[in-house]
Ligand binder design. Structure first.
Ligand code: C2O
Ligand code: CU
Ligand code: CU
Length: 569
């Protein structure tokens, strides 16, 4: 049994973070004929370790230092590795002079754990992010999401991997351990080298801040020694604005096995794939046909794009160094995906992406720029909707939604999808003058979430909306009745201004308790966090609401119970 397998199996008892030191370390045996720097890997976050935001000096280009803004003096930030079914919790300490958040991109978390601009952690303050991880295994990531500061923070180094593992995935025999390689791709401006100066011009604010030097896991001119065997690469586009067309220098085919939200339902061969900011893709590549001593390079290939998009870039050189075997295989099949049926939609929403004149607010959705105090769309919980993204501009807009994994349905009416569109997505590239149809259903949390362009210059410029996921007002359970918890009638009822809500959990878990009005609009979340099994109670006090009937909800993962209560003044 390989060491990594052993660690994964032995950790299924509920340990949230798995420490796997040095799994990528390589003994350098052959003398390099070609230049470059060995691919770096960020440290893994250890159980109980905090995430501290500050500036730091790190070595990016050999022999010099770069001032970064990031977590734990590391660029990229520490890699977080979590088992599905565990509760993740980390203390975030903001020791820098600007507000910041940690947004868990692609993870389904309660509103108050989502790291939105409205919930920024001020300089000198701390915040505990905690949430249950119940979604599928996959490659997710995290980054700062502070108001007007996201682009700067990410550019200066604030991003890292968040990898979810589960038992289901293990059964497919994919390469693991030293053969399962996360790659964070970002671009930087050589003109400021070795600094990460974030100083976009007006044109950069229009098109995005596009660097000319690619960094992979923070490594310039990166190379990686590989064995003549099958590898799994988890590729995150953490660039502010650059779209990559990934392919190998000899045009060899590779296999796509996963999209943003984990494994696809089939292994798809291709020789190139587009990856826009915020998107992830996982591929399998077999180095067996190559000879030891040879090299092959992962590139971004040329394509015709506006501005400086589409230029050829050498991302990562693989030097064939040995003939060990990963023991991994390219599976014949992958877990099935239930595709939504367009005939089941309960409504359609159109999001028109437009470009105004140069200045602020030049990138808009439905004519709007972001206002953190305005709710732009109220979306029903647990209802399938068709969302159309209509790009009336000649720029790329990778559209990202928080709080949900969705499916792409068509591009310009064409329902035959490219392999990177088919599967679970949280970010979809909407090309110039294109309309992309997606199918979206919020099944996990209600509350306020975000819809935005993941070109971070566009996002900071206001190409972002608040969406509110509404809860059904009927207190009948639409879901199969939860058997892990009970919710009692509040006491006293009617009440003014305080009442006690009792509830009982038969298993420990992560609960959220919220108050809604009869229109289904959430008024507030009164508790979100982990609770042990047993009897619990919470006191709810409201002095500002008008007399009337309200709904309180107890939610645990994807199940909820609701009851009515009456405020009588
Ligand atoms: Cu990765 Cu709202 O962003
Ligand atoms: Cu996100
Ligand atoms: Cu955009």
């Amino acid at each position: 049994m390989k060491r990594r397998d052993f660690i994964i199996k032995s950790s299924l008892a509920g340990m949230a973070l798995v420490a796997i030191p040095n799994i990528y370390s390589q003994d350098r045996i052959i003398t390099k004929l070609q230049a470059g720097n060995p691919l770096r890997f960020p440290p893994e976050l250890q159980p109980g370790e905090s995430l501290i935001f500050n500036s730091a000096e790190v070595e990016v280009w050999p022999g010099t230092t770069t001032q970064i803004l990031g977590l734990n003096n590391s660029y990229p930030g520490p890699t977080i590795r979590v088992q599905k079914g565990s509760d993740f919790s980390v203390l975030f300490e903001n020791q820098y002079t600007e507000e910041a958040t940690i947004h868990w991109h692609g993870l389904l978390v309660p509103e108050l754990m989502d790291g939105q601009p409205k919930d920024a952690v001020q300089p000198g303050n701390n915040y505990t992010y905690s949430f249950p991880v119940f979604q599928r295994a996959g490659t997710y990531f995290y980054h700062s999401h502070a108001h007007h500061l996201t682009a700067k923070h990410v550019y200066m180094g604030y991003a890292g991997f968040f990898i979810v593992e589960d038992e289901e995935e293990l059964q497919y025999g994919l390469p693991t351990g030293a053969y399962d390689i996360p790659l964070l791709i970002q671009d930087r401006h050589s003109v400021y080298q070795p600094q990460f100066n974030y100083s976009p011009s007006m044109m950069d604010r229009m098109l995005g801040y596009l660097g000319d030097v690619p960094l992979v896991n923070g490594t310039p001119e990166a190379f990686f020694d590989v064995q003549k065997t099958l590898y799994r690469f988890r590729i995150v586009n953490g660039s502010n604005a650059r779209v990559y067309k990934l392919g190998f220098s000899d045009n060899s085919p590779f296999h796509i096995i996963a999209t943003d939200g984990g494994l696809k339902d089939e292994v798809v061969p291709t020789s190139s794939v587009f990856l826009s900011p915020g998107e992830r893709i996982e591929i399998l590549f077999d180095f067996a046909p190559y000879n030891i001593g040879n090299s092959i390079t992962l590139q971004s290939q040329t394509f015709s794009g506006i501005g400086n998009q589409g230029t050829l870039m050498e991302l990562l050189r693989f030097d064939i160094a040995g003939d060990l075997s990963s023991g991994g295989t390219a599976p014949q099949e992958l877990p099935p995906i239930d595709y939504y049926d367009i005939n089941d939609i309960s409504g359609t929403r159109t999001f028109t992406l437009s470009q105004g004149i140069m200045g602020t607010g030049m990138h808009r959705i439905n004519g709007l720029t972001y206002d953190m105090n305005r709710i732009d769309e109220v979306i029903p919980f647990n209802k399938l909707e068709e969302w159309k993204f209509v790009n009336n501009t000649n720029n790329y807009h990778p559209m990202h939604v928080h709080g949900v994994l969705f499916q792409v349905y068509s591009r310009n009416g064409n329902t035959i999808l490219a392999p990177n569109d088919k599967g679970w997505k949280d970010t979809v590239l909407v090309n110039p003058n294109e309309t992309v149809q997606t199918l979206v259903k919020f099944i996990d949390y209600s509350g306020t979430y975000l819809l935005h362009c993941h070109n971070l210059e566009h996002e900071d410029d206001g190409m972002m909306l608040n969406i509110e996921i509404d809860n059904p007002t009927n207190i009948e359970n639409e879901d199969p009745s939860p058997n892990n918890f009970e919710l009692s009638q509040n006491y006293p009822n009617p009440f003014n201004p305080s009442t006690t809500i009792n509830y009982k959990l038969t298993i420990a878990g992560f609960v959220t308790i919220s108050i809604f009005n009869l229109l289904g609009r959430k008024i507030e979340t009164i508790f979100t966090g982990h609770k042990s099994s047993g009897q619990h109670s919470i006191v709810y006090t409201n002095k500002s609401l008008a007399s009337g009937t309200y709904i309180y909800e107890l939610r645990m993962n994807d199940r909820a119970l609701r009851k009515k209560m009456t405020l009588l003044k």
